[in-house]
Design a protein around this ligand. Structure first.
Ligand code: 5GP
Ligand code: ZN
Length: 134
């Protein structure tokens, strides 16, 4: 007979596996396998410093579970997406760019410039932004 603790471990491992994409760098960061400067994290999302910042403040909000892009079927994930925006605003406030202004960007697929295919919200500020973006 298999002990309950083992069954629970197998179940949680299975669930965790379903939420990850093999080889995805942001999944690896979310599970602390790959190093990153983590500015905030909770059970749903993380805020990390962008590796190649394009503005004095440039951080990324990433969901803990693997979501490829906004093109995924996200019905049911409304609270996750709303939560990420709330945390984006909180991070902007903590970085002191809420008053001067900041930009939140989600690139979806190649022509928009998406290079990492795990959904992320860029939060950028600390300099004047141009409009329209290039
Ligand atoms: P995208 O071009 O997909 O909208 O944005 C991907 C962002 O992820 C880029 O700004 C890039 O600098 C950042 N990035 C790529 N690889 C890593 C990484 O390994 N660690 C961190 N912290 N950021 C990364
Ligand atoms: Zn991922």
């Amino acid at each position: 007979m298999i002990p309950f603790a083992v069954k629970r471990w197998v179940y949680y491992s299975y669930q965790k596996g379903r939420e990850r994409m093999f080889g995805c760098i942001f999944c690896q960061i979310a599970s602390h396998e790959k190093p990153a400067k983590i500015l905030y994290e909770d059970e749903q999302c993380l805020a990390i410093q962008d590796l190649h910042p394009r503005a004095p403040v440039h951080l990324l909000l990433i969901p803990r579970k693997h979501v490829t892009s906004l093109n995924d079927k996200l019905e049911g994930d409304e609270s996750l997406l709303g939560h990420m925006l709330v945390i984006a605003a909180r991070m902007a406030r903590e970085k002191g760019i809420d008053g001067t202004g900041y930009r939140t960007v989600i690139n979806t697929n190649a022509e928009a410039g998406q290079t990492v295919f795990h959904l992320h919200i860029h939060v950028m500020g600390g300099r004047v932004m141009k409009w329209p973006p290039g």
